[in-house]
Design a protein around this ligand. Structure first.
Ligand code: ADP
Length: 300
């Protein structure tokens, strides 16, 4: 059983011909609503991979909060640890212009309000893995890391967005999962492919993290650990139409396979397939594949 402690947003997406300049009012085309946030995306990816997943985090007591509850419940996610907050649900206001360029305004709302004291109320027993990202307060993540350490539950940390990430949390992380940008910021190594990623990984392992994964977009991913094992895993070749949520899909699918006790290589293969399927479809959460889809892709 997986617990995801993290963000949930309503993404409000409007197509525009061009972005407005300051003070200007423009007409948008159809506006659509999507459930998002890295926490929710990773929870959905893990749940669609066929394992039991619970979500912890904050929602506002507004209609978006209710919509998110309904959507996540439809994805079989356990919502007992989702706490109502006396504020707005987290929002992402997104405009996409004719060239596909987007502008995003994040309003953290209930994600920012969700506090470390909520973690004190959580009973972590029964969870095999906990997933964290960096879209909620770092005090909350710290409290989860401390509490998980007491119970010997491994924490998979994806410090995204990397901005404002508290590095002092690294020693308590069991599995650190980074994309190129996050790995560059944490290691100071400029990454162009797997050889630089391995160099960055070596530096990061010195911080004492037991296991590390760096995802490299269409170049796949690398895995390293303290025992010196290294795996370079290529991406599956697909027509990429929308890479939104590729990393979240990879992480959720990886964690789901990991809790089934699968070999590391199989976890990487599964996560690589799931994220390849996600980039081959438009959308974020809507593009996250189910276990059946991943299995048939892998056996095709
Ligand atoms: P993020 O979305 O966090 O930036 P990445 O871009 O590194 O993460 O993508 C995560 C994983 O998704 C990669 O390791 C790879 O397996 C898969 N992926 C991403 N882009 C592609 C692509 N163009 N083709 C195939 N797989 C991809």
């Amino acid at each position: 059983k997986i617990l995801v402690v993290g963000s949930m947003n309503m993404d409000i997406v409007t197509q525009v011909e061009r972005h407005p300049i300051p003070g200007e009012t423009i007409q948008g085309n159809e506006t659509r609503f999507f459930i998002g946030g890295k926490g929710a995306n990773q929870a959905v990816a893990a749940s669609r991979s066929g394992v039991s997943v619970a979500m912890a985090g904050g929602l506002g007591v507004d209609s978006f909060g209710a919509d998110i509850r309904r959507g996540l419940a439809e994805d079989n996610i356990i919502l007992d640890y989702v706490a109502d907050q006396p504020c707005m649900t987290g929002l992402a206001l997104i405009t996409v212009d004719g060239a596909g360029e987007n502008n995003i305004i994040l309003s953290s709302g209930a994600n920012g309000r969700y506090g470390a004291e909520e973690i004190d109320q959580l009973d972590l027993s029964g969870f095999d893995v906990i997933l964290l990202q960096n879209e909620i307060s770092s005090a909350v993540n710290q409290r989860v890391l401390d509490k998980a350490a007491e119970k010997h539950i491994p924490v998979f940390m994806n410090p995204a967005p990397i901005d404002g990430f508290d590095r002092s949390q690294l020693p308590k992380v069991a599995f650190l999962i980074l994309n190129e940008v996050e790995a560059e910021v944490l290691s100071g190594v400029r990454i162009e492919g797997s050889s630089q990623a391995l160099e960055a990984g070596k530096k990061l392992l010195k911080d004492g993290i037991p296991h590390l994964i760096i995802t490299l977009g269409s170049k796949g991913s690398i895995y390293m650990d303290q025992s010196g094992s290294q795996i370079t895993f290529p991406a599956f070749s697909v027509d990429a139409v929308d890479t939104t949520a590729a990393g979240d899909t990879f992480i959720g699918a990886f964690a789901a396979k990991y809790v089934t006790g699968a070999e590391l290589h199989d976890c990487l293969r599964y996560a690589t397939a799931a994220s390849a399927l996600a980039v081959a479809q438009p959308g974020a959460q809507s593009s996250i594949p189910t276990d059946d889809q991943v299995q048939s892709f892998l056996t095709a």
